[in-house]
Design a protein around this ligand. Structure first.
Ligand code: MG
Ligand code: MG
Ligand code: MG
Length: 315
C-alpha cells in the first residue's frame, strides 16, 4: 500500500503538460520514482513528442523516454508542471487526480476528492519535487538528480529568469552534487545551444516547440516561446514565423498568437505578433507594434513577464 490517498488502480501515472518541456518530462520521471519509493506502482508518461533539449538531457543521463499516453479516463494521475484543463489530456475530467506538483498559477481544476497538492511560486516543478524527496526522506539516484538539475537550469534560464528563487538555486546545486557534477552552468549553456538549433526545422515545428494556449477573459490566446543564445539565428526565418503565426491564429480561432523569441544572453525578447486586438497587445506593455513585432527589454519569462501583462489587458 502506498502513502497516497485515493489511488484506486494498480498503476499510478505521472505526467506533465501537453507539448511537454524538459520540466514536464523529467518531472514525470522523478515523480514516478518518488511515488514508487513510497509504495506505489508507477509509470511516467508524456502527452506529446519530446523536444531536442529534453532528448539531450535523457541521453546524457541514460534515462528512458516516457511512453506516450493521451487517454486518462479512469486512471489514477499525479500531474506535474501544470494544473489546468487546457494543458491536460482531453479526458482529464474523467481521470482520478491524486496529486499535483507544480509552479504555475491556479488554473481552475475541480476534483471529486481531496488530493496531495504541492504548488509553490518557484522557478521549476523539479525544485518542488526535490523538496518532496527531502520531505519524505527518499534519496535521489544520480541520473535522475542530474536530469532534475537540468530541468531547473532550463526553466530558470540558468538562474537568469525572474521566476528563479533561492530555493531553485539551492535545489539545483544539491542535485548537481548528488549527480557528481561540478560545472553545472556549462551543462546549462550546452542545453541552450541544443535549443538554439533552428536551422532546417519546419516553421510550424518551431512555433509549436514550446507553445501554450490560454483563455483570457473569453478570448483564445496562444503564446509560443523560443529561447536561444543569439537572436540573429532567426533573421532568415522571421518572415516565415510571422506568416505562420498569422495562419495559426486563423486556424485555431485565436484572438492573439504571440511568438516570444528570447535572447538569453542579451536578456530580452523580440515578440512576434498576430492579433485581432492590436490595441490590447499595445496596452499590455505600453508598446507600439511595428512590422508585427516589438522588443521587450529584460523579458525572459512567459509566465511572469508575458501572461500577467496580456491577460489583464483583455479585461
Ligand atoms: Mg513546463
Ligand atoms: Mg516548469
Ligand atoms: Mg520554459
Amino acid at each position: 500500500m502506498g502513502h497516497l490517498k485515493g489511488v484506486n488502480k494498480t498503476m499510478l501515472y505521472t505526467c506533465g503538460h501537453k507539448i511537454p518541456d524538459s520540466d514536464s518530462i523529467i518531472g514525470a520521471i522523478s515523480m514516478a520514482y518518488l511515488q514508487k519509493e513510497l509504495g506505489h506502482e508507477t509509470k511516467a508518461v508524456r502527452q506529446g513528442e519530446i523536444n531536442p533539449e529534453t532528448a539531450y538531457i535523457l541521453e546524457k543521463f541514460n534515462l528512458k523516454t516516457p511512453e506516450l499516453k493521451t487517454n486518462f479516463a479512469g486512471c489514477d494521475l499525479f500531474m506535474v508542471d501544470y494544473n489546468n484543463y487546457t494543458e491536460g489530456p482531453d479526458d482529464l475530467k474523467d481521470a482520478n487526480l491524486v496529486g499535483i506538483a507544480d509552479h504555475h498559477k491556479l488554473g481552475g481544476l475541480i476534483t471529486s476528492a481531496p488530493l496531495e497538492v504541492w504548488i509553490r511560486p518557484v522557478g521549476c516543478s523539479n525544485t518542488v519535487i526535490k523538496e518532496m524527496f527531502d520531505y519524505y526522506n527518499v534519496s535521489i539516484p544520480k541520473d535522475i538528480a542530474g536530469a532534475m538539475m537540468c530541468a531547473i537550469l532550463s526553466d530558470t534560464v540558468i538562474f537568469k529568469s525572474p521566476t528563479c528563487t533561492k530555493i531553485d538555486t539551492k535545489a539545483c546545486k544539491e542535485l548537481a552534487s548528488i549527480a557528481g557534477i561540478e560545472d553545472f552552468k556549462s551543462i546549462g549553456m550546452e542545453m541552450f545551444k541544443v535549443k538554439s538549433q533552428v536551422e532546417g526545422v519546419p516553421t510550424r515545428e518551431l512555433v509549436m516547440r514550446d507553445y501554450k494556449n490560454f483563455d483570457m477573459y473569453g478570448k483564445k490566446v496562444g503564446i509560443g516561446q523560443l529561447e536561444v543564445v543569439d537572436l540573429s539565428i532567426f533573421d532568415s526565418v522571421k518572415d516565415d514565423l510571422l506568416a505562420d503565426i498569422k495562419k495559426l491564429k486563423a486556424e485555431d480561432g485565436n484572438d492573439t498568437v504571440l511568438l516570444v523569441l528570447t535572447d538569453i544572453i542579451a536578456m530580452g525578447s523580440q515578440i512576434l505578433v498576430a492579433t485581432d486586438s492590436p490595441d490590447v497587445v499595445e496596452k499590455a506593455w505600453d508598446v507600439k507594434i511595428e512590422n508585427d513585432q516589438f522588443w521587450l527589454k529584460g523579458c525572459l519569462s512567459r509566465k511572469k513577464q508575458v501572461v500577467p501583462f496580456l491577460e489583464p489587458a483583455y479585461k
